[in-house]
Design a protein around this ligand. Structure first.
Ligand code: OSB
Ligand code: MG
Length: 372
């Protein structure tokens, strides 16, 4: 049996990367990607986790200020100086806490990276996955229709295997008509980020005419029930994103037929232990999953790619090329797709990427250090 890992110290940074193109969804526009980056150290090894919460609670009810406070004042002091046999032992430590799923995930993911590195294995191997590359799609923000048509053409030409269009009231059916007319064969989906209600049922039913693979999170972020009602009135499958934060959420959505496809974001769902349960539950219901994204920097993106190697990830994920988002990333490796596939990063064990420390320093807004 291997000895447990003792977490010696941690470093929590707040990082800002300017986006190449501002990203607009139904809830607002993002110009910079701001995220907490956590390093855990044990036996001279470092594990990394990236928080996916936004500066404001506009995607879910979690945001960076609360995440930094909980990590600094509660979570990191509770694990530093202690031994953990495996990631499940860390997850057990986090289990009592309600909510803060993105904050818990940041810590749990960093420990998985550390643990895989201590075993000298790629993260995908300890998660139970295996692949050389994973299928990628692209998520296109809200923009004028002619701009979007150009972006669709460009990304199809680059080999992206699914085009997801962000929609909002007044920027939905007309957009779909224009895109379908020009790209009749494209693998197309939409993501509403919770901007409709059941009062919009007639409008959502008209989306059935556009051969969408699924409609992502049309209704409220915290409402599985209404999605089940809506699914009975739609031919197009519903895919839940925001509403799935725990395995219990996934079980309820599957049992009530509210999500015939599921978006898994490890950074949204409390970490890998819970994401693996969601993955397995979906497989049991024969519901395919795909890996969502939150415009992550290289650490979060590397995590997402390793997760996407699990067998029930049967649809292209939002794990696009880093160069779509950033002029320069905080890791040394370039995470770029080729022919619609993202290679799994394997420049070493764990998440298989290394920090570009000089550049990271220039992009760091603040740093907090924690020792036993
Ligand atoms: O709903 O999937 C979403 C980005 C930020 C917040 C929410 C979402 C998204 C995306 C972008 O769709 C996915 C990506 O390219 O990382
Ligand atoms: Mg989404």
């Amino acid at each position: 049996m291997r000895p447990p890992l003792r977490i010696d110290s941690a470093e929590l940074r707040l990082v800002r990367l300017p986006l190449v193109t501002p990203f607009t969804i139904s809830t607002g526009t993002m110009h910079d990607k701001i995220f907490p980056l956590l390093t855990l150290r044990a036996d001279g090894i470092e594990g990394y986790g990236e928080g996916v919460m936004d500066p404001l609670p506009d995607y879910l009810d979690e945001a960076i200020p609360g995440a930094l406070a909980l990590l600094s004042e509660v979570l990191l002091p509770s694990v530093i100086g202690r031994n953990f046999a495996n990631p499940q032992a860390v997850q057990a430590e986090l289990k009592p806490w309600r909510g803060y799923r993105m904050t818990l995930a940041t810590l749990e993911m960093a420990f998985w990276d550390l643990w895989a590195k201590s075993l000298d294995l790629p993260l995908m191997t300890v998660l139970g996955g295996d692949a050389a590359g994973v299928e990628v799609g692209v998520s296109l923000g809200i923009a004028p229709v002619d701009v979007t048509l150009g972006r669709v053409a460009d990304h199809l030409a680059q080999g992206y295997r699914r085009i997801k269009l962000k929609v909002k009231p007044g920027h939905d059916l007309g957009l779909l008509q224009a895109v379908r007319a020009e790209f009749p064969e494209a693998h197309l989906t939409v993501d509403a980020n919770s901007c409709y209600t059941l009062a919009d049922t007639a409008l959502l039913q008209r989306m059935d005419d556009f051969a969408l693979d699924y409609i992502e999170q049309p209704l409220a972020w915290d409402d599985i029930h209404d999605h089940a009602v809506l699914q009975q009135r739609l031919r197009t499958p519903i895919c839940l994103d925001e509403s799935i934060r725990t395995p219990a959420d996934a079980r309820k959505a599957l049992q009530s037929d509210a999500s015939r496809v599921m978006n898994i974001k490890v950074g949204r769902s409390g970490g890998y232990v819970e994401s693996l349960r969601i993955h397995d539950l979906c497989a049991a219901f024969d519901v395919p999953v795909w890996c969502g994204g939150m415009l992550e920097g290289g650490i979060g993106r590397a995590h997402n790619i390793h997760l996407s190697t699990l067998p029930n990830f049967r649809k292209p994920g939002d794990v696009s090329s880093a160069s779509r988002y950033f002029h320069r990333d905080i890791i040394e490796q370039k995470l770029e797709t080729a022919a619609g596939l993202m290679p799994v990063p394997l420049a070493g064990p764990g998440i298989g990427v290394t920090l570009d420390r000089d550049f990271l320093d220039t992009m760091t807004l603040e740093t907090r250090v924690f020792r036993a």
